[in-house]
Design a protein around this ligand. Structure first.
Ligand code: PLP
Length: 405
């Protein structure tokens, strides 16, 4: 069975060029970059070069790059390091659509004496900066807003929010795990203090991340240990993975524009054909302002998990917007925050493409999805005789026009 992988916001294939670049650091160049001898020294030099490549991808200075183990560690560190630096401040601002790496952290803080304001989004998944402005108070330590949402791909105005935060003396962090390598980022032009990225979302391996720390930002480390990363993160560096991330950053920068034009065209073809061929299908999120690779599609009146199983049986790997928690199917917190009706939120699928995606793969998906939806609707309690049952019978729903985007 062939594999059609369209779950690149979950993780990406490690590029063969990246694997090749990493290999010598497992076998021959295994020195510790902190060692005094030449053997460690040559590794330290390679790490320096990788740091410069990663910095270039996001328009940072190499000294502003701190290696971590993943996006989650970068996010957690951003919050902890700031709260430790401003112990008198007990308020943080985030959004309702952050990844659990921020959201679960916020919940933990809420239970431990902090005040957290979660800003909501509108029906298109957009954020009103005015609401963040209103929420800032004397004891706000940090504002954390993701650069792009992992489920819908909606891009947030983080540069504008960073300026607002700077004008009020508040630290600004952005979780850019889904944005880096997909859209141009130039931090030199922004007031962003802290930024998280994760290697495995841009064709480097799982288990390597970065926290960008703008020069001059107060920062008390989260992982306390040796002098590595200029005392900002203890622990011997994960040399092969850092080399891999450097290579992935170089590749992402070199091909960003061409790659995105191609991926966007494939994504748009996928969406348009799904809408044209399947009634009661809608695209979630602001279609004008999204990552080029991401599509959150709702097929009303069917279960996302059932769609995924059918897709998986055909070799198609996508993901669902709902999470099965303690036996009950909960629609995703992102779609709930957007106010997507439950009959649509439950039937949501995220397709996320990469530079390895092909037109042939999109055609394969398009060949099968209409049949799957038809089959599932034929056994749906909300669907009868080729159309939804009267919306007045569906509590908690609003009717959505077929083909709405
Ligand atoms: N933030 C966002 C927006 C993500 O999409 C993810 C991963 O899916 C993370 C953080 C966590 O990254 P990692 O898996 O490297 O911990």
């Amino acid at each position: 069975m062939k594999t059609v992988y369209v779950d690149n916001n979950a993780t990406t294939r490690t590029a063969p060029e990246v694997v090749e670049a990493m290999m010598p650091y497992f076998t021959e160049l295994y020195g510790n970059p902190s060692s005094m001898h030449f053997f460690g020294g040559q590794v330290a030099e390679e790490l320096r070069q990788a740091r410069a490549k990663i910095a270039e991808l996001i328009g940072a200075d190499p000294d502003e790059i701190v290696y971590t183990s993943c996006g989650t560690e970068s996010d957690n560190t951003a919050i902890w390091a700031t709260l430790r630096s401003y112990p008198q401040k007990k308020h943080i601002i985030a959004t309702r659509v952050e990844h659990p790496a921020i959201n679960s952290m916020s919940n933990y803080l809420r239970e431990n004496g902090y005040r957290v304001t979660d800003i909501s989004v509108d029906r298109e998944g957009r954020l009103d900066v005015g609401r963040i402005k209103e929420a800032i108070s004397e004891d706000t330590a940090i504002i954390s807003v993701m650069w792009a949402n992992n489920e819908t791909g909606v891009i947030f105005p983080v540069e504008e929010i960073a300026e607002l935060a700077a004008s009020r003396g508040v630290v600004f962090h952005t979780d850019a795990v889904q944005a880096v390598g997909k859209i141009p980022i130039d931090l030199k032009k922004t007031e962003i203090d802290l930024l998280s990225l994760s290697g495995h979302k841009l064709h480097a391996p799982k288990g390597i991340g970065v926290l960008y720390v703008k020069k001059g930002t107060k920062f008390k480390p989260y992982i306390i240990g040796g002098h590595q990363e200029k005392g900002r993160r203890g622990g011997t560096e994960n040399v092969p993975y850092i080399i891999g991330l450097g290579k992935a950053a170089e590749m992402a920068l070199g091909s960003l524009e061409d790659k995105n034009t191609r991926i966007r065209a494939l994504r748009d073809k996928l969406e348009q054909s799904l809408i044209d061929s399947i009634p009661n299908t809608m695209i979630n999120g602001d279609v004008q302002n999204r990552l080029p690779n991401t599509s959150s599609v709702s097929f009303e009146f069917v279960e996302g998990e059932a769609i995924l199983i059918h897709l998986s049986n055909l070799g198609i790997c996508a993901s669902s917007g709902s999470a099965c928690t303690s036996g009950s199917l909960e629609p995703s917190h992102v779609l709930r925050a957007m106010g997507v009706p439950f009959t649509a939120a439950h039937g949501s699928i995220r397709f996320s493409l990469s530079s390895y995606s092909t037109e042939e793969e999109v055609d394969y998906i398009l060949e099968h999805v209409p049949n799957i939806i038809q089959k599932l609707r034929s056994i749906s309690p909300f669907w009868k005789d080729g159309k939804p049952i009267e919306s007045s019978l569906l509590t908690g729903t609003t009717s959505i026009g077929a083909g709405s985007r």
